[in-house]
Design a protein around this ligand. Structure first.
Ligand SMILES: Nc1ncnc2c1ncn2[C@@H]1O[C@H](COP(=O)(O)OP(=O)(O)O)[C@@H](O)[C@H]1O
Ligand SMILES: [Mg+2]
Length: 298
């Protein structure tokens, strides 16, 4: 990555994460707060580290069902409410999940796998595992991702249900997600810095391509800020397959404007000029010929 110059050549042997004899002390000395969540994971944090709890298949399928229903009914709900529920997992979604999960559990997994929700779950799980593996072999130890450490299985206390968790790895905590950083800067009218961070995101993406990796999920909540770096927080969207990359790039051209795909619609609502400039810049960089130009020799 250009910002810190720590990008390293692709190692022939995978980088080994640091294996500690014990979990970092700060994970043990207090209850960890819930920091964020995605479809597949709930993330808890101490001051410098995060640990992740993987959701069960039934919890993920329940969330997918809720999301599908919400997408169908969003247009009849008051607009702000529908939008808000789709944008981030609110208390209401959590409650709905708890109510629906027993129903999911009552139906055998083989039946779920024949449904669209089951198919989405399977794809999500496969991509999540593949992305984690690619990050371990191709990104670990570089400035592109937060540091990761491993340690013997350790029980940590967390706020909220179920109150505890057994973990054997922790990831460096980012200062903020890129989403949060950009919203904060926009709130203070620091538009020059908003554009600077978006440019750093494009730098990070290109550094990934040079390692033969492409991230299919560009939403800004999956990226974090550490010092002057943008780092990839969610490795679930990583791929090396050209058929997938091509599909993603052509979908991108047909779909919403890039700034909307990244989750910037509201933040840039008052600055259509910046949105337009960013979209043009994104299209200049995120396209097949530039990806190919960066891609290592095949
Ligand atoms: N290292 C980290 N530092 C700070 N926040 C993080 C970190 N890792 C994840 N998060 C937060 O937790 C959320 C969910 O984590 P993520 O790995 O994206 O899970 P999922 O695979 O379920 O999407 C992220 O969107 C981000 O807000
Ligand atoms: Mg995520």
């Amino acid at each position: 990555m250009s910002a810190s110059g720590q990008e390293q050549p692709i190692a022939s042997t995978p980088w080994k994460p640091e294996m500690l004899p014990d979990a970092p002390e700060e994970l043990l000395c207090s209850r960890l707060d819930r920091l964020g969540e995605g479809l597949g994971k709930v993330v808890y944090a101490s001051q410098h580290w995060v640990v992740k709890r993987e959701r069960s298949a039934s919890a993920i399928i329940a969330l997918i069902l809720i999301w599908k229903v919400l997408r169908k009914v969003a247009h009849v709900l008051p607009r702000r409410l529908g939008d808000r529920m789709l944008r981030r997992p609110s208390k209401m979604i959590r409650l709905a999940r708890v109510l629906i999960q027993p129903f999911v559990l009552a139906v055998p997994k083989s039946i779920w796998l024949m449904t669209h929700a089951g198919e989405l779950w399977r794809v999500h799980r496969t991509r999540d595992r593949r992305g984690a593996r690619l990050a371990r072999t191709r990104l670990a130890g570089t400035s592109l991702v937060p540091e990761r450490v491993e340690f013997p299985p350790t029980r940590v206390r967390v706020n909220g249900w179920p109150g505890w968790l057994v973990v054997s790895e922790a990831t460096e905590r980012a200062e903020q997600t890129l989403n949060q950083r950009i919203a904060a800067l926009a709130g203070r009218g620091r538009w020059d810095q908003v554009e600077e961070w978006l440019e750093r995101l494009l730098d990070l993406r290109q550094a990934g391509w040079r390692r033969g990796l492409f991230s299919m999920d560009p939403h800004l909540k999956n990226f974090g800020v550490i010092g002057d770096r943008v780092v990839l927080l969610d490795t679930g969207g990583l791929t090396r397959k050209w058929s997938e990359i091509e599909q993603r790039l052509s979908f991108q051209q047909a779909a919403e404007e890039p700034h909307a795909q990244l989750g910037l619609q509201r933040v840039l609502a008052s600055r259509p000029d910046i949105a337009e400039r960013f979209n043009a810049r994104w299209k200049d960089v995120v396209n097949q010929s530039v990806v190919l130009r960066n891609w290592p020799e095949r």
